[in-house]
Ligand binder design. Sequence first.
Ligand SMILES: Cc1cc2nc3c(=O)[nH]c(=O)nc-3n(C[C@H](O)[C@H](O)[C@H](O)COP(=O)(O)OP(=O)(O)OC[C@H]3O[C@@H](n4cnc5c(N)ncnc54)[C@H](O)[C@@H]3O)c2cc1C
Length: 342
Amino acid sequence: MSTCTLEVPGRAPIQFELDPTLSVLDSASKAGWELPHSCRRGNCESCRVQVLEGEVSPAASDGTALLCVSRACGDLRIAADRAEPVNTSQRKTVQAKLYRLRMAAPDVAVIDLRLPAGVKAPFKAGQYLQLHLPGAEPRSFSMSNAPKSADSVQLQVRVLPGSLFGEKVLPTLQPGDPVTVELPFGDFYLREGPAPVILVAGGTGFAPMQSILEDALIKQRDRSFTLYWGARKADGLYALEQVRKWQQKFSNFQFFGVLSNDDSDCSMRQGMVHEAVLADHPNLSQHQVYVCGAPVLVNAARQAFVQRCQLPAGHFYADSFAAANAPCALGPAPIPSVTATV
Ligand SMILES: Cc1cc2nc3c(=O)[nH]c(=O)nc-3n(C[C@H](O)[C@H](O)[C@H](O)COP(=O)(O)OP(=O)(O)OC[C@H]3O[C@@H](n4cnc5c(N)ncnc54)[C@H](O)[C@@H]3O)c2cc1C
């Protein structure tokens, strides 16, 4: 079996075995290491790393590789911005029940699911689940509730024209109906430390931010949290009531709404949401930045914050809301199967 040596700033080199049947990302996960990733289809760029030695398939033409769709051809040495221990044995597949469904905006559904009595599925604020649909790719949705009791989850789902879950399945669901979910996934959660936190959400990218803020604002009163939430139009900021409550209650919380295609509300800023951050924070060298939303937002924010505002690449955390049915860039990538079913 081949070995991967992983170099991460500030850590001793990490070594793990490469399973030839898995992507490098999944080999790392199997060995207990979570590397940055989101879409698992080679589209969102979150898992791109430097290949320092060895070869991957497909070949790393520019010295970099997308780990979610790359397999190793022998021993490998790669450099990533960060790597964190993960325990995939905590991941569970659960038959939850729909408890409540409401529309928060014309195209945003808020879904509350309850787990079976006695079943707990712990997660970290900011992580996501996979919703299983018969005969289709699982759909990824971030939990929007704080993980207090671990026996319920809330999702905020954009209902897109032609979408399978949002437009076809969701309207048929009644309270009490079963919904199969697998959780938790992802490395999008708040890191410890005193660094001021900037959260940048596009549309339903607000969902994991709500989870993080509900969890952290109470516990970390000395830390500064600034939320930038962008949408095309005012009704896309579908949870402003909740945001205003945080503003009233927590002096360490600041909020900026940013509209790209609507100048009717003068309390909101105009333009692209990451550009509002650039205007306010020319130097991000001391911050942690968390970004969630469409891949185009995540990629633009990563590039701008790291290259123009001195944000250390390892302090940029993101989930890229790539569509489940987007074409896979480089062929199928398997998903780890270390999961308990409840
Ligand atoms: C880690 C992660 C977390 C996420 N969290 C959230 C979340 O909290 N909330 C949220 O709303 N979304 C989230 N997403 C995005 C969500 O998983 C996808 O948008 C998912 O595809 C939605 O499933 P659906 O069945 O409703 O829509 P789908 O049927 O998958 O359709 C989604 C979009 O793709 C378009 N489409 C349909 N067919 C095709 C095709 N053949 N080729 C290209 N495009 C097509 C549709 O028109 C629509 O715009 C997340 C994604 C990831 C990776």
